[in-house]
Design a protein around this ligand. Structure first.
Ligand code: ASP
Length: 448
Protein backbone atom coordinates (compact mmCIF):
# COMPACT_ATOMS: atom_id res chain seq x y z
CA UNK A 1 0.00 0.00 0.00
CA UNK A 2 1.42 3.44 -0.91
CA UNK A 3 1.96 6.01 1.81
CA UNK A 4 -0.88 8.08 0.40
CA UNK A 5 -3.36 5.18 0.41
CA UNK A 6 -2.25 4.24 3.90
CA UNK A 7 -2.99 7.76 5.14
CA UNK A 8 -6.42 7.72 3.52
CA UNK A 9 -7.12 4.35 5.07
CA UNK A 10 -6.16 5.59 8.56
CA UNK A 11 -8.26 8.69 8.10
CA UNK A 12 -11.25 6.58 7.06
CA UNK A 13 -10.81 4.40 10.12
CA UNK A 14 -10.61 7.41 12.44
CA UNK A 15 -13.75 8.89 10.90
CA UNK A 16 -15.51 5.58 11.23
CA UNK A 17 -14.59 5.38 14.93
CA UNK A 18 -15.75 8.97 15.51
CA UNK A 19 -18.99 8.09 13.73
CA UNK A 20 -19.48 5.05 15.93
CA UNK A 21 -18.88 7.11 19.05
CA UNK A 22 -21.39 9.72 17.92
CA UNK A 23 -23.93 6.96 17.17
CA UNK A 24 -23.31 5.50 20.62
CA UNK A 25 -24.00 8.84 22.32
CA UNK A 26 -27.01 9.40 20.08
CA UNK A 27 -28.39 6.00 21.10
CA UNK A 28 -27.87 6.87 24.75
CA UNK A 29 -29.84 10.05 24.17
CA UNK A 30 -32.73 8.19 22.58
CA UNK A 31 -35.73 8.26 24.78
CA UNK A 32 -33.70 10.13 27.33
CA UNK A 33 -36.77 11.95 28.62
CA UNK A 34 -38.38 8.73 29.88
CA UNK A 35 -35.11 7.45 31.31
CA UNK A 36 -34.47 10.69 33.18
CA UNK A 37 -37.96 10.73 34.69
CA UNK A 38 -37.60 7.05 35.66
CA UNK A 39 -34.26 7.90 37.30
CA UNK A 40 -35.91 10.76 39.18
CA UNK A 41 -38.75 8.64 40.53
CA UNK A 42 -36.56 5.66 41.45
CA UNK A 43 -33.87 7.87 43.05
CA UNK A 44 -36.41 9.66 45.24
CA UNK A 45 -38.25 6.44 46.16
CA UNK A 46 -35.16 4.44 46.97
CA UNK A 47 -33.52 7.29 48.88
CA UNK A 48 -36.65 8.02 50.92
CA UNK A 49 -37.10 4.32 51.77
CA UNK A 50 -33.54 4.09 53.00
CA UNK A 51 -33.92 7.25 55.05
CA UNK A 52 -37.16 5.97 56.57
CA UNK A 53 -35.51 2.62 57.31
CA UNK A 54 -32.56 4.31 59.01
CA UNK A 55 -34.74 6.64 61.04
CA UNK A 56 -36.93 3.75 62.16
CA UNK A 57 -33.86 1.80 63.27
CA UNK A 58 -34.46 -0.96 60.69
CA UNK A 59 -31.02 -0.36 59.26
CA UNK A 60 -28.24 -0.44 61.84
CA UNK A 61 -24.73 -1.72 62.53
CA UNK A 62 -23.20 -3.17 59.35
CA UNK A 63 -26.28 -2.26 57.37
CA UNK A 64 -25.66 1.35 58.23
CA UNK A 65 -22.05 1.17 57.07
CA UNK A 66 -23.06 -0.46 53.78
CA UNK A 67 -25.88 2.05 53.25
CA UNK A 68 -23.49 4.89 53.94
CA UNK A 69 -21.02 3.44 51.43
CA UNK A 70 -23.63 2.97 48.69
CA UNK A 71 -25.69 6.12 49.11
CA UNK A 72 -23.34 8.68 50.56
CA UNK A 73 -19.96 7.67 49.16
CA UNK A 74 -20.70 5.96 45.85
CA UNK A 75 -23.89 7.65 44.71
CA UNK A 76 -22.74 10.93 46.25
CA UNK A 77 -19.61 10.68 44.11
CA UNK A 78 -21.66 9.85 41.01
CA UNK A 79 -23.88 12.86 41.62
CA UNK A 80 -20.90 15.11 42.25
CA UNK A 81 -19.22 14.02 38.99
CA UNK A 82 -22.39 14.65 37.02
CA UNK A 83 -23.02 18.14 38.42
CA UNK A 84 -19.36 19.07 38.03
CA UNK A 85 -19.39 17.94 34.40
CA UNK A 86 -22.38 20.18 33.81
CA UNK A 87 -20.70 23.09 35.55
CA UNK A 88 -17.58 22.48 33.46
CA UNK A 89 -19.62 23.24 30.36
CA UNK A 90 -21.24 26.45 31.54
CA UNK A 91 -18.51 29.05 30.95
CA UNK A 92 -17.32 27.80 27.53
CA UNK A 93 -20.92 27.29 26.45
CA UNK A 94 -22.10 30.75 27.47
CA UNK A 95 -19.10 32.49 25.93
CA UNK A 96 -19.12 30.62 22.65
CA UNK A 97 -22.86 30.46 22.10
CA UNK A 98 -23.40 34.09 23.04
CA UNK A 99 -20.62 35.42 20.78
CA UNK A 100 -21.96 33.21 18.00
CA UNK A 101 -25.50 34.43 18.69
CA UNK A 102 -24.53 38.11 18.57
CA UNK A 103 -22.56 37.54 15.36
CA UNK A 104 -25.60 36.10 13.66
CA UNK A 105 -28.03 38.79 14.87
CA UNK A 106 -29.08 41.53 12.51
CA UNK A 107 -27.01 44.35 13.97
CA UNK A 108 -26.81 46.25 17.26
CA UNK A 109 -30.42 47.43 17.10
CA UNK A 110 -31.72 43.84 17.18
CA UNK A 111 -29.49 43.07 20.12
CA UNK A 112 -30.66 46.14 22.02
CA UNK A 113 -34.28 45.23 21.35
CA UNK A 114 -33.86 41.63 22.51
CA UNK A 115 -31.93 42.71 25.60
CA UNK A 116 -34.58 45.32 26.48
CA UNK A 117 -37.47 42.88 26.15
CA UNK A 118 -35.69 40.12 28.03
CA UNK A 119 -34.62 42.32 30.94
CA UNK A 120 -38.07 43.86 31.34
CA UNK A 121 -39.87 40.50 31.18
CA UNK A 122 -37.48 38.96 33.70
CA UNK A 123 -37.89 41.82 36.13
CA UNK A 124 -41.66 42.04 35.77
CA UNK A 125 -42.20 38.29 36.29
CA UNK A 126 -39.93 38.26 39.33
CA UNK A 127 -41.84 41.20 40.81
CA UNK A 128 -45.15 39.39 40.13
CA UNK A 129 -43.72 36.35 41.90
CA UNK A 130 -42.96 38.35 45.06
CA UNK A 131 -46.39 39.98 45.02
CA UNK A 132 -47.99 36.54 44.65
CA UNK A 133 -46.02 35.19 47.62
CA UNK A 134 -46.82 38.19 49.80
CA UNK A 135 -50.53 37.92 48.97
CA UNK A 136 -50.56 34.21 49.67
CA UNK A 137 -48.51 34.78 52.84
CA UNK A 138 -50.97 37.34 54.18
CA UNK A 139 -53.75 34.81 53.66
CA UNK A 140 -52.15 31.85 55.39
CA UNK A 141 -50.06 33.67 57.99
CA UNK A 142 -47.18 31.17 57.91
CA UNK A 143 -45.29 32.44 60.98
CA UNK A 144 -48.12 32.22 63.50
CA UNK A 145 -47.22 30.23 66.60
CA UNK A 146 -43.52 30.11 65.78
CA UNK A 147 -41.01 31.09 68.41
CA UNK A 148 -38.00 32.87 67.04
CA UNK A 149 -36.02 32.26 70.24
CA UNK A 150 -35.02 28.86 68.80
CA UNK A 151 -33.24 30.54 65.95
CA UNK A 152 -29.83 31.77 66.83
CA UNK A 153 -26.52 32.29 65.20
CA UNK A 154 -27.31 33.04 61.61
CA UNK A 155 -25.12 35.70 60.07
CA UNK A 156 -26.85 38.01 57.62
CA UNK A 157 -25.63 39.77 54.57
CA UNK A 158 -26.05 43.46 53.78
CA UNK A 159 -27.79 44.30 50.54
CA UNK A 160 -25.22 45.76 48.16
CA UNK A 161 -26.24 49.18 46.91
CA UNK A 162 -27.68 49.22 43.38
CA UNK A 163 -24.64 51.17 42.15
CA UNK A 164 -22.40 48.32 43.30
CA UNK A 165 -24.56 45.75 41.50
CA UNK A 166 -24.19 47.77 38.31
CA UNK A 167 -20.44 48.16 38.82
CA UNK A 168 -20.10 44.39 39.30
CA UNK A 169 -21.48 43.77 35.84
CA UNK A 170 -18.38 45.17 34.16
CA UNK A 171 -15.41 42.81 34.08
CA UNK A 172 -12.12 44.52 34.97
CA UNK A 173 -10.37 41.43 33.59
CA UNK A 174 -12.46 39.17 31.35
CA UNK A 175 -10.13 36.22 31.88
CA UNK A 176 -10.59 36.49 35.61
CA UNK A 177 -14.38 36.61 35.10
CA UNK A 178 -14.19 33.51 32.91
CA UNK A 179 -12.14 31.60 35.42
CA UNK A 180 -14.29 32.70 38.35
CA UNK A 181 -17.45 31.92 36.37
CA UNK A 182 -18.94 35.38 37.03
CA UNK A 183 -21.82 34.93 34.69
CA UNK A 184 -23.03 38.52 34.31
CA UNK A 185 -19.49 39.66 33.54
CA UNK A 186 -19.00 36.83 31.04
CA UNK A 187 -22.28 37.77 29.36
CA UNK A 188 -21.25 41.43 29.25
CA UNK A 189 -17.90 40.60 27.68
CA UNK A 190 -19.35 38.10 25.19
CA UNK A 191 -21.90 40.67 23.98
CA UNK A 192 -19.20 43.29 23.38
CA UNK A 193 -16.87 40.79 21.74
CA UNK A 194 -19.64 39.61 19.41
CA UNK A 195 -20.44 43.19 18.45
CA UNK A 196 -16.77 43.93 17.77
CA UNK A 197 -16.46 40.82 15.59
CA UNK A 198 -19.43 41.98 13.55
CA UNK A 199 -18.05 45.48 13.30
CA UNK A 200 -14.70 44.17 12.02
CA UNK A 201 -16.27 43.23 8.68
CA UNK A 202 -14.43 40.74 6.48
CA UNK A 203 -11.66 40.06 9.01
CA UNK A 204 -14.19 39.54 11.73
CA UNK A 205 -16.05 37.07 9.54
CA UNK A 206 -13.25 34.52 9.87
CA UNK A 207 -13.50 34.69 13.65
CA UNK A 208 -17.29 34.59 13.47
CA UNK A 209 -17.02 31.39 11.42
CA UNK A 210 -14.62 29.97 13.98
CA UNK A 211 -17.06 30.75 16.80
CA UNK A 212 -19.81 29.10 14.80
CA UNK A 213 -17.67 25.94 14.50
CA UNK A 214 -16.80 26.10 18.20
CA UNK A 215 -20.46 26.39 18.97
CA UNK A 216 -21.12 23.10 17.21
CA UNK A 217 -18.28 21.48 19.13
CA UNK A 218 -19.41 22.74 22.53
CA UNK A 219 -22.96 21.61 21.83
CA UNK A 220 -21.62 18.13 21.05
CA UNK A 221 -19.85 18.20 24.40
CA UNK A 222 -23.14 19.11 26.05
CA UNK A 223 -24.72 16.13 24.29
CA UNK A 224 -22.06 13.79 25.68
CA UNK A 225 -22.71 14.87 29.26
CA UNK A 226 -26.49 14.88 28.86
CA UNK A 227 -26.36 11.30 27.60
CA UNK A 228 -25.37 10.23 31.11
CA UNK A 229 -28.20 12.11 32.76
CA UNK A 230 -30.19 9.07 33.94
CA UNK A 231 -27.27 7.79 36.03
CA UNK A 232 -26.40 11.28 37.25
CA UNK A 233 -29.97 12.11 38.23
CA UNK A 234 -30.44 8.76 39.98
CA UNK A 235 -27.23 9.21 42.00
CA UNK A 236 -28.02 12.81 42.91
CA UNK A 237 -31.54 12.14 44.09
CA UNK A 238 -30.79 8.81 45.73
CA UNK A 239 -27.99 10.31 47.82
CA UNK A 240 -29.91 13.48 48.65
CA UNK A 241 -33.03 11.72 49.85
CA UNK A 242 -31.24 8.84 51.62
CA UNK A 243 -28.63 10.87 53.44
CA UNK A 244 -29.93 14.33 53.94
CA UNK A 245 -33.64 13.63 53.75
CA UNK A 246 -35.96 16.56 53.30
CA UNK A 247 -35.96 17.65 56.91
CA UNK A 248 -38.78 17.58 59.36
CA UNK A 249 -41.55 19.85 58.28
CA UNK A 250 -43.27 19.92 61.69
CA UNK A 251 -44.65 23.32 62.62
CA UNK A 252 -43.19 24.84 59.46
CA UNK A 253 -45.95 23.20 57.42
CA UNK A 254 -47.70 26.50 56.66
CA UNK A 255 -44.49 27.97 55.38
CA UNK A 256 -43.50 24.86 53.45
CA UNK A 257 -46.83 24.32 51.73
CA UNK A 258 -47.27 28.07 51.30
CA UNK A 259 -44.09 28.22 49.25
CA UNK A 260 -45.10 25.13 47.28
CA UNK A 261 -48.53 26.62 46.58
CA UNK A 262 -46.90 29.87 45.44
CA UNK A 263 -44.56 27.97 43.15
CA UNK A 264 -47.39 25.94 41.64
CA UNK A 265 -49.56 29.03 41.14
CA UNK A 266 -46.76 30.95 39.47
CA UNK A 267 -45.96 27.96 37.32
CA UNK A 268 -49.54 27.45 36.23
CA UNK A 269 -50.72 31.06 35.99
CA UNK A 270 -47.79 33.28 35.10
CA UNK A 271 -45.65 30.91 33.07
CA UNK A 272 -48.61 29.52 31.20
CA UNK A 273 -49.72 33.06 30.30
CA UNK A 274 -46.27 33.83 28.92
CA UNK A 275 -46.23 30.65 26.85
CA UNK A 276 -49.77 31.33 25.62
CA UNK A 277 -48.75 34.89 24.70
CA UNK A 278 -46.01 33.27 22.62
CA UNK A 279 -48.88 31.41 20.87
CA UNK A 280 -47.72 28.01 22.09
CA UNK A 281 -49.57 25.18 23.80
CA UNK A 282 -48.59 25.14 27.49
CA UNK A 283 -49.13 21.41 28.01
CA UNK A 284 -46.93 20.60 25.07
CA UNK A 285 -44.41 23.16 26.35
CA UNK A 286 -44.28 21.33 29.69
CA UNK A 287 -43.82 18.00 27.97
CA UNK A 288 -40.87 19.45 26.16
CA UNK A 289 -39.49 20.98 29.34
CA UNK A 290 -39.32 17.62 31.14
CA UNK A 291 -35.56 17.16 30.82
CA UNK A 292 -34.45 20.63 32.03
CA UNK A 293 -37.05 20.41 34.80
CA UNK A 294 -35.61 17.14 36.08
CA UNK A 295 -32.08 18.52 35.85
CA UNK A 296 -32.97 21.67 37.75
CA UNK A 297 -34.79 19.67 40.40
CA UNK A 298 -31.91 17.21 40.83
CA UNK A 299 -29.09 19.74 40.85
CA UNK A 300 -30.86 22.66 42.62
CA UNK A 301 -28.81 24.89 40.37
CA UNK A 302 -30.04 27.07 37.51
CA UNK A 303 -26.39 27.63 36.61
CA UNK A 304 -25.63 23.95 36.19
CA UNK A 305 -28.86 23.56 34.19
CA UNK A 306 -27.86 26.19 31.58
CA UNK A 307 -26.41 23.61 29.13
CA UNK A 308 -29.55 21.47 29.26
CA UNK A 309 -32.01 24.36 29.16
CA UNK A 310 -30.19 25.96 26.25
CA UNK A 311 -29.94 22.72 24.30
CA UNK A 312 -33.63 22.08 24.95
CA UNK A 313 -34.71 25.62 23.99
CA UNK A 314 -33.03 25.25 20.62
CA UNK A 315 -33.79 21.65 19.78
CA UNK A 316 -37.18 21.14 21.39
CA UNK A 317 -38.83 24.51 21.86
CA UNK A 318 -37.65 25.89 18.53
CA UNK A 319 -36.13 29.10 19.96
CA UNK A 320 -33.57 30.54 17.52
CA UNK A 321 -29.97 30.08 18.63
CA UNK A 322 -29.19 33.78 18.66
CA UNK A 323 -32.08 34.48 21.05
CA UNK A 324 -31.69 31.39 23.27
CA UNK A 325 -27.96 31.86 23.76
CA UNK A 326 -28.71 35.28 25.22
CA UNK A 327 -31.93 34.71 27.14
CA UNK A 328 -31.17 31.36 28.81
CA UNK A 329 -27.77 32.14 30.44
CA UNK A 330 -28.99 35.60 31.40
CA UNK A 331 -32.16 34.16 32.89
CA UNK A 332 -30.23 31.60 34.93
CA UNK A 333 -28.40 34.51 36.49
CA UNK A 334 -31.01 37.20 36.95
CA UNK A 335 -34.43 35.61 36.64
CA UNK A 336 -35.43 33.74 39.76
CA UNK A 337 -39.18 33.69 40.11
CA UNK A 338 -39.18 30.63 42.35
CA UNK A 339 -36.56 32.12 44.62
CA UNK A 340 -38.53 35.36 44.82
CA UNK A 341 -41.63 33.40 45.90
CA UNK A 342 -39.69 31.69 48.68
CA UNK A 343 -38.30 35.06 49.79
CA UNK A 344 -41.71 36.69 49.87
CA UNK A 345 -43.18 33.83 51.90
CA UNK A 346 -40.14 33.64 54.20
CA UNK A 347 -40.40 37.35 54.93
CA UNK A 348 -44.05 36.91 55.91
CA UNK A 349 -43.09 33.87 57.97
CA UNK A 350 -40.33 35.64 59.90
CA UNK A 351 -42.41 38.79 60.36
CA UNK A 352 -45.16 36.59 61.83
CA UNK A 353 -42.69 34.76 64.05
CA UNK A 354 -41.46 37.99 65.62
CA UNK A 355 -44.91 39.55 65.68
CA UNK A 356 -44.16 42.40 63.29
CA UNK A 357 -46.95 43.79 61.10
CA UNK A 358 -45.70 44.71 57.67
CA UNK A 359 -47.02 47.94 56.15
CA UNK A 360 -47.28 49.00 52.53
CA UNK A 361 -43.78 50.54 52.59
CA UNK A 362 -42.29 47.26 53.80
CA UNK A 363 -44.19 45.30 51.16
CA UNK A 364 -42.91 47.58 48.43
CA UNK A 365 -39.42 47.32 49.88
CA UNK A 366 -39.62 43.52 49.85
CA UNK A 367 -40.75 43.52 46.21
CA UNK A 368 -37.95 45.86 45.21
CA UNK A 369 -35.17 44.20 47.19
CA UNK A 370 -36.17 40.65 46.31
CA UNK A 371 -36.36 41.55 42.62
CA UNK A 372 -33.01 43.32 42.67
CA UNK A 373 -31.40 40.67 44.85
CA UNK A 374 -31.92 38.12 42.10
CA UNK A 375 -29.77 40.17 39.72
CA UNK A 376 -26.10 39.33 39.91
CA UNK A 377 -26.68 36.30 42.13
CA UNK A 378 -25.45 33.07 40.64
CA UNK A 379 -27.98 30.28 40.27
CA UNK A 380 -26.48 27.83 42.73
CA UNK A 381 -28.02 25.71 45.49
CA UNK A 382 -29.46 27.61 48.44
CA UNK A 383 -28.20 31.00 47.36
CA UNK A 384 -31.76 32.25 47.75
CA UNK A 385 -31.39 31.97 51.53
CA UNK A 386 -28.37 34.23 51.46
CA UNK A 387 -30.08 36.87 49.38
CA UNK A 388 -33.08 36.52 51.66
CA UNK A 389 -31.00 38.00 54.45
CA UNK A 390 -30.59 41.12 52.30
CA UNK A 391 -34.34 41.45 52.05
CA UNK A 392 -34.75 40.95 55.80
CA UNK A 393 -32.05 43.46 56.67
CA UNK A 394 -33.62 45.98 54.35
CA UNK A 395 -36.92 45.95 56.24
CA UNK A 396 -35.39 45.50 59.68
CA UNK A 397 -36.37 41.87 60.35
CA UNK A 398 -33.93 39.60 62.24
CA UNK A 399 -31.80 37.51 59.87
CA UNK A 400 -31.62 34.78 62.51
CA UNK A 401 -35.07 33.78 61.26
CA UNK A 402 -33.37 32.14 58.28
CA UNK A 403 -31.99 29.50 60.64
CA UNK A 404 -35.56 28.33 61.22
CA UNK A 405 -36.19 27.46 57.60
CA UNK A 406 -32.78 26.10 56.58
CA UNK A 407 -33.68 22.61 57.75
CA UNK A 408 -36.49 22.20 55.26
CA UNK A 409 -34.98 24.20 52.44
CA UNK A 410 -33.57 21.35 50.38
CA UNK A 411 -36.81 20.21 48.76
CA UNK A 412 -37.99 23.79 48.33
CA UNK A 413 -34.68 24.69 46.71
CA UNK A 414 -35.05 21.83 44.24
CA UNK A 415 -38.60 22.84 43.39
CA UNK A 416 -37.99 26.57 43.10
CA UNK A 417 -34.98 25.98 40.85
CA UNK A 418 -37.29 24.08 38.48
CA UNK A 419 -39.64 27.09 38.52
CA UNK A 420 -36.72 29.47 37.97
CA UNK A 421 -35.56 27.78 34.80
CA UNK A 422 -39.10 27.37 33.43
CA UNK A 423 -39.44 31.15 33.58
CA UNK A 424 -36.24 31.49 31.53
CA UNK A 425 -37.50 29.08 28.88
CA UNK A 426 -41.00 30.60 28.73
CA UNK A 427 -39.64 34.12 28.29
CA UNK A 428 -37.16 32.89 25.69
CA UNK A 429 -40.12 31.58 23.68
CA UNK A 430 -41.96 34.88 23.97
CA UNK A 431 -38.94 36.97 23.01
CA UNK A 432 -38.21 34.61 20.12
CA UNK A 433 -41.82 34.84 18.94
CA UNK A 434 -41.73 38.65 18.87
CA UNK A 435 -38.46 38.52 16.95
CA UNK A 436 -39.72 35.98 14.40
CA UNK A 437 -37.14 33.52 15.79
CA UNK A 438 -39.48 30.76 16.93
CA UNK A 439 -39.71 27.65 14.79
CA UNK A 440 -43.20 26.17 15.23
CA UNK A 441 -42.27 23.03 13.36
CA UNK A 442 -39.54 22.23 15.89
CA UNK A 443 -41.92 22.99 18.76
CA UNK A 444 -44.64 20.71 17.44
CA UNK A 445 -42.57 17.60 16.86
CA UNK A 446 -41.85 15.03 19.58
CA UNK A 447 -39.08 15.85 22.09
CA UNK A 448 -35.58 14.76 21.07
N1 ASP B 1 -31.01 27.16 43.73
C1 ASP B 1 -31.66 28.27 43.07
C2 ASP B 1 -31.21 28.34 41.63
O1 ASP B 1 -30.14 27.90 41.31
C3 ASP B 1 -31.37 29.55 43.75
C4 ASP B 1 -32.01 29.57 45.12
O2 ASP B 1 -33.18 29.93 45.21
O3 ASP B 1 -31.37 29.22 46.09
O4 ASP B 1 -31.93 28.85 40.81
Amino acid sequence: MSEETNKDHNQDQTQEKAGLLATYFASLRKDLGTQVVTALVSGITLGSLVKAGTDAGLISGWGLTVTHFIFDDTMGLGGYIFVTLLKMLVVPLVLVSLVNGVCSLGGGAALGRIAGKTFSLYLVTTAIAVVLALTLGSLINPGEGINLATAEGFAGKEAPPLVQTLKNMIPPNPFESLSAGSMIQVIFFALLLGMAIRAAGEKGQRIADAFSDWNEIVMKLVGFVIAFAPIGVFCLLGSTFAVKGIGIIGNLAYYFFGVLAGLILHFTLVHSSIVTLARLNYVHFLRKMMRPLVFAFSTSSSGATIPVNLDNARKNLGVGSSVASFTIPLGATINMDGTAIMQGMATMFIAGAVGVELGLTEYLMVILTATLASIGTAGVPSVGLITLTMVLTQIGLPVEGVALIIGIDKLLDMTRTAVNITGDAAISCLVARTEGELDDEVFKRDPV
